[in-house]
Write a protein that binds this ligand. Structure first.
Ligand SMILES: *Cc1c(COP(=O)(O)O)cnc(C)c1O
Length: 458
């Protein structure tokens, strides 16, 4: 099985990026609960024949859909060893927690956070953003909110219209209401409009509401725009707002010295959500939340339970129990695959990959601009390019092009909508993507656009 998965990774470029799972195969999987045993070899064989060839393709060099990382062999080894160890990182006294704390320490170093900052692995930035909303809620209302609930407190949060959908859902799940998140318009660069933001905060205060949380985005999901984080930090300080940054796709850009200046102000955030499984190239899943005020973080989640009593000595010792810092009690060893990735390749290499994907995005944008049949739909701030094939029925045509590309299995962008227009969105995240992949993308979009337009005219 190990040989087969390594061979798979070595030959990715020769395989189709994606194949629709055949119906017969799906049917073969639908079986009653197996009562008896099967040989591990036979089960592994089923994986190799029926699951591996029909994966979602994000490890493939031509994958540019959504925003997904490519994974690495070091990460694979870390994940395999973690599974063998079967550690539970909810707490207690064992070396695995030392590894997670080491990654936390590196994270503090990367973002210029103080020694008392806390943090931990979570599934992804969706969960990290949700936890940040809960921390901000506790900061605004005090620890009593955990027992009493909101009791009608009119808390209002602010983010740009380009904020990821998980933030509205986080407000919903926190009991605050998605409707209490003000979505502030963006400017031509995709950054939050500071004038409109300041006016909205003032208007809400005047109306007797209670602004409590400002969320900046470091890399918007549609176009990769980075809010003016320094200006947001100033406003948050002046208005006594908790300042959280959703850096899911962008924050690890600080590892590239030439990209780092774009993130100025990130070091002033009260918390940062980001994903090692995107630009960090760690296998799924590996989200992270970093919190400046570790004590506020702990007070938001820690609970007492007799069966979790800490001891002076023995296995129930240890002074860092991650279950005090998030909603999960049992937790896997996500830290190991991330630690393997960072140790094996080094932070500089991760930064070089981030920079390389941004350079490819600039090259792609230049290829698009050079083709009169194509239209660039947004400025390229980081590693995401939104464009489309020009046509009278551009929305329908570009949606068809993207589906055709995914089915052809060489390069796979995804779709989004910008200012009411359907856009082909190429997010270059994978370390395996090369110049020839973006050339293939442009050539294929042109070819599909031309045949499709001719068919439509006919
Ligand atoms: C990917 C992404 C998220 C969601 O992160 P998950 O790891 O998928 O939960 C949130 N915000 C932004 C900006 C993202 O790019």
């Amino acid at each position: 099985m190990m040989d087969a998965i390594l061979h798979h990774l070595e030959t990715l470029r020769d395989q189709p990026l994606w194949r629709a799972p055949p119906e017969a195969l799906r049917v073969r999987f639908r079986e009653p609960l197996p009562q008896g045993a099967a040989s591990l070899e036979a089960v592994g064989q089923t994986f190799l024949e029926a699951i591996l060839p029909y994966s979602s393709g994000n490890a493939h060099p031509g994958f540019m859909g959504w925003v997904q990382g490519g994974g690495t062999v070091a990460g694979l080894m870390g994940e395999m060893l973690a599974a063998g160890l079967n550690a539970n990182l909810g707490g207690r006294d064992h070396m695995a927690l030392e590894v997670e704390q080491q990654v936390l320490a590196w994270t503090r170093e990367m973002f210029g956070f103080p020694a008392e900052a806390s943090g931990l692995f979570v599934t992804g930035a969706s969960q990290a953003n949700f936890m940040a909303v809960l921390i901000a809620r506790l900061r605004a209302l005090g620890p009593g909110v955990r027992a009493a609930g909101l009791a009608g407190a009119p808390l209002i949060a602010y983010a740009s219209r380009a904020v990821h959908g998980c933030v509205g859902r986080a407000m919903d799940m926190a009991g605050l209401g998605a409707g209490q998140l003000r979505l502030v318009p963006t400017d031509a660069a995709g950054q939050i409009r500071l004038d409109v933001l300041a006016a909205a905060v003032a208007a809400d205060r005047a109306a007797g509401l209670r602004p409590f949380l400002l969320i900046g985005t470091a890399g918007t999901v549609d176009v990769g725009a980075i809010d003016d984080l320094d200006a947001l930090a100033d406003l948050a300080a002046a208005e006594d707002l908790y300042f959280h940054v959703d850096g899911a796709l962008g924050a690890l850009g600080v590892l590239a010295p030439t990209l780092a200046p774009k993130f100025k102000g990130l070091e002033r955030a009260d918390s940062i959500a980001f994903d090692w499984h995107k630009w960090g190239q760690t296998p799924y899943d590996a989200g992270f939340l970093l919190v400046r005020d570790g004590e506020l973080h702990r007070r938001t989640f820690a609970s007492e339970a007799a069966y979790l009593t800490r001891a002076e000595r023995g296995l129930a010792g240890g002074d860092w129990w991650p279950c005090d810092y998030g909603p999960d009690l049992s937790r896997g060893f996500r830290a190991l695959k991330t630690w393997f990735t960072i140790k094996t390749y080094g932070a500089e290499a991760l930064g070089r990959v981030a920079l390389q994907t941004c350079e490819l995005a600039q090259e792609l944008a230049a290829l698009v601009v050079a083709e009169p049949e194509l239209e660039l739909l947004a400025p390229v701030a980081l590693n995401i390019v939104c464009f489309r094939y020009r046509s009278a029925d551009a929305d329908g045509l570009n949606a068809e092009i993207v589906a055709d590309l995914q089915i052809a299995g060489q390069v796979a962008p995804s779709l989004t909508r910008l200012d009411g227009k359907t856009a082909i969105r190429a997010a270059i995240v994978n370390h395996r993507t090369e110049r020839r992949d973006i050339e293939t993308l442009v050539a294929s979009v042109l070819a599909l656009g031309r045949t499709s337009s001719q068919r439509r005219v006919a």
